[in-house]
Design a protein around this ligand. Structure first.
Ligand SMILES: Cc1cc2nc3c(=O)[nH]c(=O)nc-3n(C[C@H](O)[C@H](O)[C@H](O)COP(=O)(O)OP(=O)(O)OC[C@H]3O[C@@H](n4cnc5c(N)ncnc54)[C@H](O)[C@@H]3O)c2cc1C
Length: 354
């Protein structure tokens, strides 16, 4: 088939890769100026693959998409034509003495929702020291043993570079999409099937809300993140600080970079990181890793997570057109399985990535 994809973000690149692997001719349209121009939220993300921790706000559906996606990333990444760091070393949740009330409420929730073999495991101080010697301060720690993390910028590039039979139209905003058609300000393109993966760029669309039977627009949820250069720190896995007022995570990015994130603000403002977020995130990060005092802030970034009102993802398929949206704050966790599901609806139920 001739396939058109509007949006070369995370979902669009995965669609392009999987369809091109099936021998389809693919064209992708994006308003970004080149393949590594970080317009898509996919570039900004920390890349935590946290199927258990996301049970805090997600349900069984997100959990199952996450579990399937962990399996799919393991299959997809080794096939890519450029290197991508992908680790399954688990993640840690830590809490300071005095914050155990708030921490314990979350841990109890995860213990209730997670299957037996995925429940948080309480660590002793010695075990925490052995796992992550740089952590100093938190009195409580739990391990989520099967979680992972992926280098999102490497993966965004590698997904693009590995698509065969694919024509990329950069600096080409899509004005309108309908069944079999992608319309830009210069031309109308006709395809056998089109995919709308524009994330927040698809704001004008109404998606059905299956719970209330009403319709809802896509919205952007602001997220701010800091990159720290900390050569002395050898953090092995993502760390979440369970704090009564805010959630903070630290994610290692090899060789000496650490991500500290992320705010979650109901706003579509993409202006630079605020002083308040910077102070809160860095204070919290420093309270877990005192050695960060000498780290350097080398980059900050703000982007918008594409979300629907219930914060659940949607696939909508009609003849000649599919829409994938609402990946919200767990796009990297759930995108491979979500895209696989969308492709089943187009190519037939027998289609699977593996
Ligand atoms: C700060 C932050 C941290 C995050 N951390 C994590 C994490 O740790 N783990 C995790 O699983 N997820 C995380 N996410 C979420 C994840 O990044 C998103 O869910 C995911 O990127 C959404 O993918 P998408 O393809 O739907 O949208 P995007 O990746 O945003 O891609 C949309 C694409 O559409 C293009 N586009 C838009 N409008 C048009 C148009 N009119 N014409 C042409 N092109 C258009 C854009 O240029 C963009 O390339 C994070 C997000 C943020 C912002």
């Amino acid at each position: 088939m001739n396939i058109g994809i509007a949006g070369a973000g995370l979902a669009g690149r995965l669609c392009a890769l999987l369809l091109s692997q099936q021998g389809h001719q693919v064209q992708v349209f994006d308003k970004a100026s080149h393949p590594t121009d970080p317009v898509a939220a996919g570039f900004t993300a920390a890349g935590m693959l946290s199927h258990v921790a996301e049970l805090e706000s997600g349900d069984e559906h997100i959990y199952n998409l996450g579990v399937r996606s962990l399996e799919l990333w393991k299959h997809i990444v080794p096939q890519l034509d450029a290197p991508v760091s992908l680790h399954y070393k688990g993640s840690l949740m830590v809490a300071h003495r005095g914050d155990e009330g708030a921490a314990q409420r979350l841990i109890s929730l995860l213990e209730r929702k997670a299957p037996v073999d995925q429940k948080p495991i309480k660590l002793t101080t010695e075990q925490l020291k052995a796992e992550e010697p740089s952590i100093s301060g938190p009195a409580h720690a739990w391990a989520l043993q099967n979680e992972g993390h992926i280098h999102t910028r490497e993966a965004m590039y590698a997904l693009y570079a590995s698509c065969k039979n694919t024509l990329w139209h950069w600096q080409t905003p899509v004005q309108k999409l309908k069944a079999n058609k992608i319309i830009t300000d210069r031309e109308t393109f006709t395809f056998d099937w089109v995919f709308d993966t524009r994330g927040v760029g698809a704001r004008e669309l109404k998606f059905a809300n299956t719970h209330t039977l009403s319709c809802q627009n896509v919205r952007g949820v602001r997220g701010e993140i800091l990159w720290l250069q900390a050569p002395a720190l050898a953090l092995q896995r993502p760390i979440r600080l369970l704090h009564p007022r805010y959630r903070v995570y630290l994610v290692p990015r090899q060789p000496d970079i650490l991500f500290v994130g992320a705010s979650e603000i109901e706003s579509e403002d993409r202006s630079p990181i605020s002083v308040r977020t910077t102070v809160e995130l860095l204070t919290a990060a420093h309270s877990v890793l005192p050695e960060l005092a000498e780290a350097r802030i080398i980059h900050t970034e703000t982007n918008l997570r594409p979300a629907l009102i219930d914060n659940f993802p949607r696939i909508e398929t009609a003849p000649g057109i599919s829409r994938i949206n609402g990946l919200f704050r767990h796009g990297w966790l759930i995108a491979p399985a979500t895209v696989e599901q969308a492709l089943k609806e187009v190519l037939g139920a027998e289609y699977t990535v593996i």
